[in-house]
Design a protein around this ligand. Structure first.
Ligand code: AVJ
Length: 349
């Protein structure tokens, strides 16, 4: 089985920030061109999140069959005080708590910002202050998160419209000295990475942290296939719209000629890899041209474009992934009904 290519790093110095939008856009054409030439054909899942795609994802989060968001929200509500208490405790490494050093909270893939608001409110209720850095590929998601956090006192907010890797690097640069840091990787966003890439990414997070800092990881667990099918191919067709919108985006932004009726949404549970795969399946032999990616692509009837992987985990496996990247588990909270785990790690020296 061929693995999806790892999300590429965008070469970028801090002085390039004013160009970052155009960098992201020219990447889209180059990535589409490259990934549709692979066998099997692929498209990177990060491109699902244009403005409409982000709204469709928000709708998915409200579907009764997609339980990740609600399960995670319930766990966060229940344990927010414990989580933020860790931020206010004296640093393990320094041995001395400096009350003037504000904790830095970094959320990778903040989406609508609903989750970080729960933690920020708990921090505020405990009399704490924080600097929050939000990283998301979607400008709509960033604006929404900034707005909801902006209502809170004692919380400063900086947004980065970036890939995780670049955003994490930028946020880590903003850290001063002895500031305690908490990184949030929630919603099972880690599930989009294949195992080697997930390891590499957790190592990159660990590299941005100091001993005693924390990582809060939300990850969906392996569950019966029928439940996964309903979660990723819902009866209302919202997930199908979310997937097929990628073709709408290519048509609009890159001058593509995809006929939407000629591609069907497919969600496939791959038990060998413990992942749900989303594909777009060609309903006919056809040729598609994408002008601004300078490419023509032939599809056979039944041929698929692989657009996303959503890995599912065993609780123990999540701990092992953390351990392999230099973390130890402090707590693991599990919603047994939805089969979802929230794991709080700390960075070890
Ligand atoms: C936001 C990547 C965690 O994989 O479950 C929802 C995206 N895809 N339905 C996931 C998604 C199809 C979601 N993540």
């Amino acid at each position: 089985m061929i693995e999806k290519p790892r999300p590429s790093l965008i070469a970028q110095r801090p002085s390039d920030i004013e160009h970052r939008t155009s960098v992201l856009e020219s990447d889209f054409a180059a990535d589409v061109r490259r990934d549709l030439a692979l066998a099997p054909k692929q498209l990177q899942s990060k491109y699902l999140y244009d403005a409409l795609g982000s709204s469709l994802f928000e709708a998915i989060c409200r579907l009764p069959w997609y339980r990740i968001t609600r399960a995670e929200r319930a766990l966060l509500n229940r344990h927010a005080r414990e989580i933020v208490a860790r931020l206010q405790a004296p640093r393990l490494s320094s041995g001395q708590g400096d009350e003037s050093s504000m904790p830095l909270i970094v959320e990778l893939g903040c989406g609508s910002g609903e989750k970080i608001v729960i933690l920020a409110e708990a921090l505020q209720a405990a009399g704490g202050h924080a600097r929050v850095h939000l990283i998301d590929i979607s400008s709509q998601a960033l604006e929404q998160s900034e707005r909801s956090l902006g209502r809170l006192d004692h919380i400063s907010v900086v947004g980065h419209r970036e890939t995780y890797e670049v955003g994490l690097r930028q946020a880590a640069l903003a850290r001063d000295g002895d500031q305690p840091m908490l990184v949030l990787l929630l919603g099972s966003n880690i599930g989009n990475f294949d195992m080697p890439a997930a390891h590499e990414f957790l190592c990159a997070i660990r590299g941005a942290l100091a001993p005693g800092d924390a990582l809060l990881l939300g990850a969906d667990l392996v569950k019966p296939e029928t439940e996964l099918q309903l979660a990723y191919d819902d009866p209302l067709g919202v997930t199908a719209a979310f997937n097929r919108n990628l073709l709408v985006r290519i048509n609009r932004e890159l001058g593509g000629t995809f006929d939407l009726d000629a591609f069907a949404h497919a969600a496939v549970w791959n038990p060998a890899f413990n992942r749900v795969e989303m594909h777009l399946e060609s309903r006919a032999d056809q040729r598609v041209t994408i002008a601004r990616a300078s490419v023509s692509v032939d599809f056979a009837k039944g041929e698929r474009i692989w657009t996303e992987s959503s890995y599912k985990y065993e609780p123990q496996q999540i701990e092992e992934m953390g351990l392999a990247a230099g973390f130890v588990t402090r707590e693991q909270w599990i919603d047994e009904s939805a089969r979802f785990a929230l794991t709080l790690f700390t960075a070890e020296s």
